[in-house]
Every structure is written in C-alpha cells, then in structure tokens.
Design a protein around this ligand. Structure first.
Ligand SMILES: [Cu+2]
Length: 122
C-alpha cells in the first residue's frame, strides 16, 4: 500500500510540473530534421528562432508599452510616442532576456494590474 501511495505522490508531482509547461511553451525541434547530433551548427540553427507575443485589444481602450523592470514595478507611463497602439501588436522577444509590458492608459497598470513580465530563456 505504501508503494502505491508513493506512486500517486510521484504522479501528482509530475502532473503539476508537466502540465503548465505543456500548455504554455513554444516547442522547437532542435536541429529540425537533423536532430540533436554532432557536426551540426546549432548556433546558426538557433539564430533565426524568435519568440513573439501578440497583444489583441480594443485600441480605443488600451495600448502596450515595452518597458524595463523599474517602470513595470511602478507603472510609470512612458511617452505616447513609444506606445504600440494597433490593437494587434506582434512583438518579437529576443533571447535570453526578461521583457516587461504594461498598458499605458489611465490606471490600468497601477490599479488594474494590466502588466506582463516574460522571462525568455535561451
Ligand atoms: Cu489598458
């Protein structure tokens, strides 16, 4: 019985770890058809792989600013000229870097938590 309890605990932990990863990660096959092997230029392979985030919103109600961590934490609204305002903004993320986004309309960031931090791992 103790054996089965142990299995259940392990399975529960695995589900907790694997589920969020499986549902949120962008998946690339390393080396494409070649796979993971010797005598292959993985730096060249990785160079053109980009992560993108897409912000969909009503452009009369929101906008998007890509900001630094301090601005993110304090919801300081940058100059309007730096805003993404299309309502469908596709923003490329470089790797590895932490990227922060906020909405710059009214108190959406400070009072309503309309902010996003993404940690892009290499
Ligand atoms: Cu907003």
């Amino acid at each position: 019985m103790a054996f089965f309890n142990h299995i259940m605990v392990v399975m529960t932990i695995l589900v907790v770890i694997l589920l969020p990863t499986a549902t949120t990660a962008t998946e690339y096959v390393v080396g494409d058809d070649i796979g993971w092997t010797t005598q292959y230029d993985y730096q060249a392979w990785a160079k053109d792989k980009n992560f993108k985030v897409v912000f969909n919103y009503h452009k009369d109600m929101h906008n998007v600013f890509k900001v630094n961590g301090t601005v993110f934490a304090n919801c300081i609204i940058p100059p309007p000229s730096q805003a993404y305002t299309s309502g469908h903004d596709v923003i490329e993320l470089s790797t590895p870097v932490k990227t922060w986004f906020i909405c710059g309309v009214g108190v959406h960031c400070s009072a309503f938590n309309q902010k996003l931090a993404i940690d892009v791992k290499a």
